[in-house]
Design a protein around this ligand. Structure first.
Ligand SMILES: [Zn+2]
Length: 439
């Protein structure tokens, strides 16, 4: 299968980001030509008036929570978890989790996200993995680990041994499936949900097996106070003490860091996953992204869970990330280019996939997005990158390829049934909320 994408403006991303008029040619699952492309192809996409870019990589998503969109508004983190999210997650069955993952993947692919790092619930992670495999989406999926904690419903409680063995079972069964498109990570929820034994073990096994560790830290000041009381350390220092820092460790939020913690992140190459909308909606705070980037720390973007956002929209996160840093540090900070690179290239780096995705380069996987800029809200776009970051919306995404396969064609999903997913989401939400006693 070959595809030509012609007449578009390329936004290449990567450390050497370029904006250029050029055609792209895809052979099988790879980009094989940029610029001078063969005249014949099985399919030709005319991208006149559009930008062609690498797919967004969202580095912090919970597929399992998408069903709970709009069911946990106006709460701070610990109440949000204890009063709503944990009860709802505990009430998931295989089918409700499958619907939740389908809704998430459909929304993301339709909006130009081609890859995500996701944290699921304690049970039924296989349902999420199946949806990723079937839909053509690319993801690194982790089963949530929760072997301790207060106010945790029975349905989410697990032993240390279960947390470990179930993760290893999923890694053995799924890591690298679909030619590497489906991958598995360890996902210890956060310090308050995991024993030190489990976190130490997981950190060591992940390093040995070459898989990611995906967790949350330093999101909320009440959370940090409990972590300090329980461990004697601030969050990132504690992770460092137990061996859970390094280039395979991805930490969502990192809002409230002291200088020592920032230093640890920089020295160890630990990745920060910034979720600006979620941080605002839960009233958590604003991360010091400019300072983290200045220290050379990799900061990428994610929408987090639908119930704390409430969209899974990379455009919203890019724009919000940039606007927040301008408010903190002045209008010249966090430029459109920096926000775009965070949303693509830095995401690929966090996931350990920068050799394969995250920028438009010959030889890379063909995870490509065509975004129409010929709209009232983006015209006249003298600078296409500015238009993409500050003006375009997810609805402007026209075509999406993952591994060279067209998963969105002219704004329509080709591998998932949008109408059926919206109907199933309603039914499955009602059933799950009833099981949770929140109906
Ligand atoms: Zn999260």
């Amino acid at each position: 299968m070959t595809t030509r994408i012609i007449n578009g403006t390329l936004l290449t991303s990567g450390p050497e980001h370029q904006t250029l008029k050029a055609d792209v040619y895809v052979t099988g699952d790879r980009i094989t030509h940029i610029g001078d492309v063969p005249a014949e192809a099985d399919e030709t996409i005319d991208a006149t008036g559009c930008v062609v870019m690498p797919g967004f990589v969202q580095s912090h998503i919970h597929l399992c929570q998408t069903l709970f969109r709009g069911a946990a508004d106006d709460l701070e983190l610990l109440d949000w978890l204890k009063k709503r999210i944990w009860k709802l997650e505990a009430a998931h069955d295989r089918l409700s989790l499958r619907t939740s993952a389908q809704l998430a993947v459909a929304e993301m692919m339709r909006g130009g996200t081609t890859c995500a790092l996701t944290m699921e619930s304690v049970h039924h992670t296989e349902s999420a993995l199946e949806v990723v495999e079937e839909s053509g989406f690319r993801a690194v999926v982790g089963k949530c680990l929760m072997d301790k904690g207060d106010d945790v419903p029975d349905g989410l409680r697990e032993t240390t041994d279960h947390a470990r063995t179930e993760s290893l079972r999923l890694i053995d069964a799924w890591h690298g499936r679909a030619d590497g498109r489906v991958r598995v990570a360890f996902a210890p929820r956060f310090v308050l949900s995991c024993t030190e034994d489990l976190m130490r073990d997981v950190a060591a096994i992940a390093r040995k097996r070459g898989v990611l560790v995906h967790t949350h830290a330093s999101e909320n000041r009440d959370e940090i106070a409990i972590v300090e009381r329980e461990t004697g350390f601030r969050n990132i220092r504690y992770f460092h003490e137990i061996g859970m820092t390094g280039p395979n460790v991805c930490v969502a939020h990192c809002i409230w860091l002291d200088d020592e913690e920032t230093e640890i992140l920089a020295e160890t190459g630990t990745h920060v996953l910034h979720c600006p909308s979620s941080n605002l909606k839960l009233g958590s705070g604003i991360a010091s992204v400019v300072e983290l980037l200045e220290r050379g720390i990799s900061v990428s973007l994610g929408a987090d869970g639908a119930p704390c956002n409430n969209r899974l929209d990379a455009f919203t996160e890019m724009r919000t990330a940039a606007l927040l840093q301008k408010m903190r540090r002045g209008a010249s900070r966090l430029t459109a280019r920096e926000a775009f690179v965070m949303a693509t290239w830095n995401g690929a780096r966090a996931l350990g996939l920068a050799d394969d995705i995250g920028s438009l380069e010959i030889g890379k996987r063909a995870d490509l997005v065509v975004v129409n800029l010929e709209t009232l809200h983006a015209a006249p776009h003298p600078d296409p990158l500015s238009a993409l970051v500050y003006a375009a919306t997810a609805q402007d995404v026209r075509d999406v390829l993952i591994d060279g396969r067209r998963v969105v064609r002219g704004g329509e999903l080709t591998t998932l049934d949008e109408g059926a997913i919206i109907r199933d989401a309603r039914t499955q939400f009602v059933a799950t909320a009833a099981r949770a006693g929140l109906g």
